[in-house]
Design a binder for this molecule. Structure first.
Ligand SMILES: CC(C)(COP(=O)(O)OP(=O)(O)OC[C@H]1O[C@@H](n2cnc3c(N)ncnc32)[C@H](O)[C@@H]1OP(=O)(O)O)[C@@H](O)C(=O)NCCC(=O)NCCS
Length: 148
């Protein structure tokens, strides 16, 4: 029988675990110190997905007043397309809603079709575009969703 996946809040003690996951999915990944500094900020939370203690993915979110933001989100390449990203996003939305968020925003690179596929099926809508957000010629789409 396959071991269940756990999704739990991950505090500063997990900063280097989150950085290692980030490095597998982003060229310009943050290091452990950057994650520790972010997790020390008010309203910033990470959720870590694990199976049998092995980290598989995470989502990093921020709540400010009644607005949530996804700061980063990654699933290890070998574990993608198994609805783990969707489970992390759902759990993040439940936590944000419980803490008073009414709207959730994120930026996603215009060329990142896998992430856009996930956000569109989760009912995010286009809310703007930021030129050169990820570097010259690399715009971000801003997507948003009302939380219930
Ligand atoms: C984006 C990411 C987190 C998605 O994680 P995932 O666990 O593979 O996503 P899920 O399996 O939960 O996908 C749920 C749905 O999203 C859509 N989706 C996910 N990956 C997709 C892809 N490569 N192409 C098209 N649609 C996709 C599909 O509708 C999918 O449902 P389905 O598999 O039943 O068709 C993962 O691709 C990733 O880590 N990418 C690199 C980092 C990144 O881009 N982060 C986002 C920054 S904004």
């Amino acid at each position: 029988m396959e071991t269940e996946i756990d999704i739990d809040l991950a505090g500063q003690a997990y900063a280097f675990t989150l950085a290692a996951l980030h490095q597998e999915s982003a060229a310009d990944a943050w290091d452990g110190a950057a994650f520790a500094a972010l997790l020390a900020q008010p309203g910033v939370l990470a959720l870590l997905a694990k199976r049998g203690g092995e980290p598989l993915g995470f989502i990093l979110i921020r709540l400010a007043a009644d607005e949530g933001e996804i700061l980063h989100f990654a699933v290890r390449p070998a574990y993608r397309r198994q609805h783990l990203g969707q489970a992390l996003l759902d759990q993040a939305m439940r936590i944000l809603t419980a803490r008073g968020a009414q709207r959730l925003f994120l930026e996603v690179e215009e060329s990142n079709l896998p992430a856009q596929g996930l956000y569109l099926q989760a009912d995010f809508k286009p809310a703007g575009k930021r030129a050169d957000y990820y570097g010259p010629g690399r715009p971000a789409l801003v997507l948003a969703k009302n939380l219930e």
